[in-house]
Design a protein around this ligand. Structure first.
Ligand code: PLP
Length: 262
């Protein structure tokens, strides 16, 4: 019998299969980790965008987490689309109850097409309830700007935003460079409250990037589940996501997904 590492995603469903729960489970599988999922919302979605969002009740979210915790447990978990302050409160309560520590928070806010995946009034709950419980938070630049209320233009701004985010309680902060302005490099910065680590990669010109953020944080979570330290998990996940973007899938009429089995 095989003994495997386990990872849990608490996130939204993308019916198109490119982002959310589906991207996370495919990534876990690809990285040889047993994947489990707690649905926070169902989206009607394809490569053209999000057509509708149906949030779960906070009780349904709590019950799914209990089912997993009381049987299999998990070695690491990530959160993705959480949608509302009530769902964030439910997730935070359960992370505290089960004393889960390897918690990656991907602060998903809007889809590339602009549709809301986190209600505006839930941003404070994310900051106050969830970030203090996080091992790592992985905002892109627009998300880091919302969370810090800063404009991030330069590398110095990015470092200052890391410090401000770290003060909210996560052990590690990773600000991703995928949205770096006017740069052919994407520079991610990782910060543990003392030291900055930088990860650079060349920008890959493609429109098939749907689900990139989900896939990246899922890959980090899988590496943490297998026992990697945070900088090594980020470094391995960065290689995975670069290949996933390079081999993006041309499917549908809009933005195709990254390739989870790159
Ligand atoms: N749908 C769900 C359920 C998601 O979790 C996310 C991103 O986290 C998206 C859609 C957005 O994906 P993208 O902005 O990469 O198109």
């Amino acid at each position: 019998m095989k003994n495997v590492s386990k990872a849990l995603t608490i996130a939204g469903s993308d019916s198109g299969g490119g982002a959310g729960i589906q991207a996370d489970l495919k990534t876990f599988q690809e990285l040889n980790v047993y994947g489990m999922s707690v649905l926070t919302a169902v989206t009607a979605q394809n490569t053209l965008g999000v057509q509708a969002v149906y949030p779960m009740t906070p009780e349904a979210v709590r019950r799914q987490i209990d089912s997993i915790a009381q049987d299999m447990g998990t070695d690491a978990l990530k959160t993705g689309m959480l949608f509302s302050a009530e769902i964030i409160a439910a997730v935070a309560e359960k992370i505290r109850q089960y004393q889960w520590e390897k918690v990656v928070v991907d602060p998903v806010m809007v889809a590339k097409g602009g549709e809301t995946l986190l209600e505006r009034e839930a941003v404070d709950s994310l900051k106050n309830d969830l970030l203090p419980l996080a091992c790592l938070v992985t905002p892109n630049i627009p998300e880091a700007e919302v969370l810090t209320e800063m404009s991030i233009q330069t590398m110095e701004d990015k470092k200052a935003a890391c410090q401000k985010l770290h003060r909210l309680g996560p052990k590690w902060v990773l600000i991703k460079g995928g949205h770096d302005r006017g740069d052919d490099q994407a520079t991610d910065i990782l910060f543990d409250g003392k030291e900055f680590f930088t990860f650079q990669s060349k920008r890959i010109p493609t429109k098939n990037t749907h689900g990139t953020g989900c896939t990246f944080s899922a890959a980090i979570t899988a590496e943490l589940a297998k026992g990697a330290e945070v900088p090594d998990a980020v470094s391995a996940a960065k290689k995975f996501i670069a290949a996933a973007i390079e081999n993006g899938i041309k499917i549908g009429k809009g933005h195709g997904p990254t390739n989870h089995w790159a």
